[in-house]
Each structure stands twice: as structure tokens, then as C-alpha cells.
Design a protein around this ligand. Sequence first.
Ligand SMILES: Nc1ncnc2c1ncn2[C@@H]1O[C@H](COP(=O)(O)OP(=O)(O)O)[C@@H](O)[C@H]1O
Ligand SMILES: [Mg+2]
Length: 226
Amino acid sequence: MSADVVLAARGLTLVYGEGPRRVRAVDGLELEVRRGEFVGLVGPSGSGKSSLLFLLAGLRRPTAGHVELLSRRLDDAPDRNAEARRRHVGFVFQEPFLVPYLSVRENALVAALDADAGPRVEALAARVGVTPLLDERPHRLSGGERQRAGLLRALVNAPDLVLADEPTAFLDHPTGHAVMDVLRAEVGRAALVVVTHDPEMLAGADRVLHLRDGALEAAPGPSTTC
Ligand SMILES: Nc1ncnc2c1ncn2[C@@H]1O[C@H](COP(=O)(O)OP(=O)(O)O)[C@@H](O)[C@H]1O
Ligand SMILES: [Mg+2]
């Protein structure tokens, strides 16, 4: 595998439930994402986008196949997966799930892996646009400000891989674009995979992958390859 492959999925499969309730949410998926790549992931509701992102982040165990993060296989050892995820993956959800009784700064610091992350949080806050909000609690923030606080937490360890699941779904367009600008700025150092229903948010993407029934579709078009 080439050294700049940050993320690989090999025969990745996730089945929920049993018997007649069985759902094959991700179906034998193959994928490689390189450092410096911005990959969009689109598809109908229920096509498996969130399930795929959870597998790629090591937040769920695949039924078959596996994920490689920086050429190391995520496996069944929960401790090792958690460690790899904390160190190398930033996950941005639709809702940032901030700890309500901690400030924006403390929400980021609790996710930081080293004890002296304070100056880094300050510098990152300026880039993410939350410097004036660092000492606020989440309930005092607008939706867009909360999502930025979530970005601050997701990016605090300078992850090699940033996964975002509909990060702009609850935001107006200008705010959504601002969030995407922050994410795109990470791409030089990291790889970025963004799930969205809004094609506008994928401006500048290197590839847009189309998911249907848990598998990637070959989609024609100049900017869409898989
Ligand atoms: N926890 C779960 N238990 C059972 N089925 C699930 C669960 N989560 C998702 N599914 C099913 O898996 C399929 C893919 O869901 P999901 O990954 O959420 O798709 P998307 O994010 O593209 O909307 C859907 O059929 C959904 O109903
Ligand atoms: Mg989803």
C-alpha cells in the first residue's frame, strides 16, 4: 500500500439485525483515501453513509472485512481502536454533543491527548473562529457556534483523518460554508471525508463517491469517480 494512504477499507461489510430484519448497511466496500484528499460521500437516506463513517472511525465493528488506518488494521481490541481513533481521527457529527457544563475551551481540552494543549487550543480557536467564545458554555451559543466548538474538539489533536457526517445539516448556507472552509483547511495535513446532502458543500472535492445500498456506485461525470 502506498505510504500516503491514510485510510483503507477492505471488503468492509456491516449487517444489522438477524433473520427477516437483517439489513446489509455496508456491503463489501473497497476504498482508499490519501493524505491531502477531500472526498465527498453522497447517497439517498438509508444508503449506509453514517454506518460507513462509523466503521471507518472504528466506532463500530464490521461484520466482515476491515479498516486500515495509517496502514494499521483496526481490529477487535477496543483499547487499541480507541487509542488510534483519539490520536488520528477527528469525527464531526450533525450535532456536536458538547458537554453542557464545560466551556468551549474545556470541551476541547478534555479531548486533547497531551497535558499542555492550552496554547494549541488558543491557536486553533482563532482558525476555527471561536476565540471570543472559548469561555462560554454551549447553551449560550448559536447552532453554528456550537458546530464550530465541535470542530475545535474534533481537530484538537491534529488528526490525520477527519470524518464528518452531515456537518452542515442544521446550519444555514453561509454558516455551513464557513464550517466547510474550516474543514477544507485541514486537508493539506489530513484527509477529509464529508457526508452531505448538499452538493454545494463539496466544492473543491477531489472525488465524490455515490453510495447506494451500502456499495459504491460508478458515477459518470468529470468530478465524480470512484
Ligand atoms: N442501529 C441500527 N440498527 C439496525 N439498522 C440500522 C441501524 N442503523 C442504521 N440501520 C439501517 O442501516 C441502513 C443504513 O443506515 P445509515 O447508515 O444510517 O444510512 P444513511 O446515513 O445513508 O442515511 C438503513 O437501512 C438503516 O435503517
Ligand atoms: Mg446518516
